[in-house]
Design a binder for this molecule. Structure first.
Ligand code: GDP
Ligand code: IMO
Ligand code: MG
Length: 422
């Protein structure tokens, strides 16, 4: 298998970073193709915990080349901070991290606009990560954005940036928000972009050369299927295509170059931010938060929790063409006597087996549950499929069956070694 796409099959935070890190052993290149610093991918290597926002999780393996593709929106200040953070732990991305010259940039005014728009929405807010994602993609689609390639011409870039800050300051004022100090904003961005110049490259060409040379590419999806701008629970979504197709447009790699699609799903469901979540359940939240788990990697917010929703993951399998399922956080359910799985929705007296795209209708959906016996044994020290408790194996296989996928990986802890391959 040469080229693999990995996507989140739920609402993000499925454990993509952990699985990517595990799979990077079998990859030459790891690519991020959409989203931005709204992502927070946790990887634990030995005793060190890394949270990656913009840089592909593959950076932690020293042989691997990493690419931030054209579909990502890049906050240059944040990216430089992330590079410096890695350097402090002894990992220098120079020479093996390449950033697309066609990727759009996120500036301080995008973040300010994100906050101002959320504040104006009041109760109807999306609950964004405030990383400027929506406004930056908005500029891209509006054709007023600035791309990474423009930093290579420093003089012209400074002029373009100054003009953009002024224009967006007027916008901020019109929204009742404080405009940004022009000089200080310029300085902070220019300081970062000066350092980032050596990372900028034509990554589309680079990836094509790599495929021609039969290099193995791993695409690291960010967010999750139901945060997709087209297929998610709109408007409570992010601003990029988080599904498998987004990895192709966001990197310039053609769909027929992809050999397999791995969907990552937790053994239960979580979501941060607003929007419907039919299998949300207090009991699951109390259990996981009680264990100190399920707090956001980017914002620290408490994640909403619920039972595994087979309706949504089945739909994710359809939208992404998932060939392999990775079930993570099985160990989170270790103590339960019985475990519920949402197998369908009831809407207006009828049973349905898909998510209605109309938000009002989705909000009215009630979960139909099937109950599975728990295993009530710790699984975090288990390393092989055969030695997992029988009920844990049955449960994980049931999730694959209910979602029409093949179970390929089961994860029983945040570390590399806590990953079971079937
Ligand atoms: P991502 O955004 O999909 O990469 O996921 P996050 O890193 O935001 O959130 C997943 C959380 O679950 C992180 O704290 C991971 O360290 C942790 N994690 C991943 N897989 C497992 C697992 O199988 N068991 C446990 N206990 N934690 C896991
Ligand atoms: P990873 O890659 C979970 C959510 C936000 C909010 C909505 C829009 O770590 O799985 P945005 O800032 O993108 O405009 O916010 O999307 N969101 C995520 N939720 N994991 C993520 O990334 C997310 N990225 C965005 O909470 O509901
Ligand atoms: Mg995350």
């Amino acid at each position: 298998m040469l080229n693999t796409i990995l996507v989140g099959a739920q609402w993000g935070d499925e454990g993509k970073g952990k699985i990517i890190d595990f799979l990077t052993e079998q990859a030459d290149i790891v690519v991020r193709a959409q989203g931005g610093a709204n992502a927070g991918h946790t990887v634990i290597v030995g005793r060190t915990k890394y949270i990656l926002h913009l840089i592909p999780s593959g950076i932690l393996r020293r042989r691997t080349t990493c690419v931030i593709g054209n579909g990502v929106v890049i906050d240059p200040i944040g990216l430089l901070e992330e590079i410096d953070g890695l350097k402090k732990t002894g990992i220098d991305p120079a020479g093996r991290l390449h950033v697309s010259d066609a990727a759009h940039m996120v500036f301080p005014y995008h973040k300010a606009l994100d906050a101002a728009r959320e504040a104006l929405k009041g109760e109807g807010k999306i609950g964004t990560t405030l990383r400027g994602i929506g406004p930056a993609y908005g500029d891209k689609v509006d054709r007023t954005g600035l791309r990474m390639g423009s930093i290579l011409n420093a003089k012209r870039f400074a002029e373009q940036l100054q003009e953009a800050i002024r224009r967006n300051n007027a916008l901020l004022k019109s929204l009742g928000a404080k405009p940004l100090p022009v000089k200080r904003s310029m300085e902070s961005v220019l300081k970062a972009t000066r350092c980032l110049k050596p990372y900028v490259a034509n990554t589309v060409q680079m990836l094509h050369n790599a495929t021609a040379a039969k290099k193995r590419i791993l695409f690291e999806g960010a967010q999750g299927t139901f945060l997709d701008i087209d297929h998610g629970t709109y408007p409570y979504v992010t601003s990029s295509n988080t599904t498998a197709g987004g990895m192709c447009t966001g990197s310039g790699i053609a769909p027929n170059r992809i050999d397999r699609v791995i969907g990552v799903a937790k053994a239960y469901t979580t979501r941060v931010g607003e929007g419907p979540m039919p299998s949300e359940a207090r009991a699951v939240g109390d259990l996981l938060h009680g264990m100190g788990r399920e707090y956001g990697a980017t914002t620290g917010r408490e994640r909403r929790c619920g039972w595994f929703d087979a309706v949504t993951v089945r739909q994710a399998a359809m939208l992404n063409g998932i060939t392999d399922l990775a079930v993570t956080n099985l160990d989170g359910l270790d103590t339960l006597e019985s475990i519920k799985v949402c197998v369908g929705y009831r809407l207006g007296g009828k049973r349905i087996d898909h998510q209605p795209s109309d938000l009002g209708r989705l909000a009215k959906c009630r979960a139909i549950y099937e109950t599975f016996p728990g295993w009530q044994k710790p699984t975090d020290r288990i390393r092989t499929w055969k030695t997992l408790p029988l009920n844990a194996r049955r449960y994980a296989q049931a999730l694959a069956k209910l979602t029409g996928t093949k179970l390929s990986y089961a994860s029983v802890g945040p570390a590399r070694s806590q990953t079971i391959t079937l």
